[in-house]
Each structure stands twice: as C-alpha cells, then as structure tokens.
Design a protein around this ligand. Structure first.
Ligand SMILES: C[S@@+](CC[C@H](N)C(=O)[O-])C[C@H]1O[C@@H](n2cnc3c(N)ncnc32)[C@H](O)[C@@H]1O
Length: 220
C-alpha cells in the first residue's frame, strides 16, 4: 500500500488537495510545533514543509505513523521534518507541546490530540466526501455505494474553518489506475475477479472529493 500510495501521489493527481491543505495550514499557523499524525509515506508532510519554507516560516514539523515501512519511506524524502514510528492513540509527546495536528485520512485520536495540543491548538482534519472515487468503485462492484460521511467526535474542539475540494481526474496509465486501487481498502477486500477488472481497465475518469476541517481547542 505504501509503494502504491507513493507512486500514485508522485503523479500529482492529489496536488489540489496538497495545495488546499498547505494554504489552510498557513492561514491558521500559530507558531507551534506541527504534528502530521498518520503521515503515511510523507507526501503531505513534505508538501507542507515546502510551503512553509517558501513562505519564510521556519516551522518545526514532526510526523508519526504506526507503519515502519511508511515512516522509512517518509524519512527518505527531502524536507525539514522529523519522523517517528508511533501510535496516534499513544504519542511520545508531552502534554501541551504541539501547536497544530494535521490528520489526513488517518485515525482521529481526539483525546490524545487534545492532550498534546497547546491552549491555542489547532487540528486540521482531512476526510473523503460522498462521491470520492465513485467511478473507481463502479469499475469493480455491480452496486457501488457512496461513502458515508460521518463527522468524527470532536467534543472539546470548535470548528473554525471548512473547505471542500472537488474535481474529476483521469489517471494517465493502467499502472496509475492500479496504484490508485491499491492505495484504497477496496483492493485488500476484493476478489481475484474484481482485481482483474481493474488490471484490465484501460480508462478511468473518477471523482476526487475532500473536506478540510479546521478546529480550535476550546478554552481550558
Ligand atoms: C490512508 S493512510 C494516509 C496516510 C497519509 N496521511 C496520506 O494521506 O498520504 C492512513 C495512515 O494511517 C496510519 N495509521 C493507521 N492507524 C494508525 C495509528 N493507530 N497510529 C498511527 N498511524 C496509524 C497507517 O499506517 C497509514 O499510513
């Protein structure tokens, strides 16, 4: 999954999301340490580090993921961040030591994020919307369902910004289509037959639909 994700993201298909996340992070930056929680192979970590450097902001960034393979891949990227293999539900960070938590498609560990955040702390949460990758699912399943968009438990946080990003993209090659499929959970639950449908797909035009939510820690 890490290899597929790296190969797919390198092709720029989710660049509009990276740009949206970077702009929102810059807008709400509060001079504190930034944690990319569940950073995967570091595409967004590196992207936000670049954006901050381009804006002449010398930010401290750390990134954590439970997967050693993902962290190994992330740590090989150029960019000013430190990486740790860690569980977002039990982070090796002191109470009130972090300014911002970035959470892109990773588990939302509310009470742990609230423990580590400083009193003006910010959480940026990125989630997929209803029609995200619907056409990809339609290639595989006879009946493809839209995603259930359930808000996470955010007790103790107040929503202060929200930005949706929606566009259609067309992977250029069969390899890109397969990498996209392999970076979703559908690949790991699908049959040989279903995988073959993707392998033989010459064309795909599908939806990218993301929501970026920004929360502030309530007064403590
Ligand atoms: C869908 S991937 C997203 C990765 C990255 N944020 C991105 O968007 O490219 C979810 C990531 O969460 C990580 N993850 C899952 N459970 C975790 C946990 N309890 N603690 C830390 N990371 C976790 C996985 O290893 C995986 O890299």
């Amino acid at each position: 999954m890490v290899g597929a994700r790296s190969a797919f993201l390198k092709r720029g298909y989710y660049r509009p999301l990276l740009d949206g996340v970077s702009d929102i992070l810059l807008k709400h930056y509060n001079n504190g340490l930034i944690l990319d929680a569940g950073c995967g192979e570091g595409y967004y970590t590196q992207g936000i580090a670049r954006k901050l450097a381009e804006s002449n902001i010398n930010a401290d960034i750390i990134a954590a993921d439970i997967s050693k393979t993902a962290v190994n891949a992330a740590a090989k990227r150029r960019g000013a961040a430190e990486y740790a293999v860690a569980n977002v539900y039990d982070l090796p960070l002191n109470d009130r030591s972090v300014g911002m938590v970035l959470n892109v498609f990773a588990p939302f560990a509310l009470s742990e994020y609230m423990r580590i955040l400083k009193k003006d702390g910010i959480v940026i949460h990125v989630m997929p919307l209803e029609n995200h990758l619907l056409a990809l699912k339609q290639l595989v399943y006879n009946e493809a369902y839209t995603n259930a968009v359930k808000p996470c438990e955010t007790h103790g946080l107040t929503l202060c910004d929200k930005h949706d990003i929606k566009y259609i993209f067309r992977p250029d090659t069969a390899g890109d289509i397969m990498n996209l499929f392999m970076m979703t959970p559908y690949y790991y639950t699908s049959s040989e037959n279903d995988r073959a449908k993707i392998k033989n797909a010459a064309f795909l035009e599908t939806e990218a639909e993301f929501r970026i939510l920004v929360y502030k820690l309530n007064k403590i």
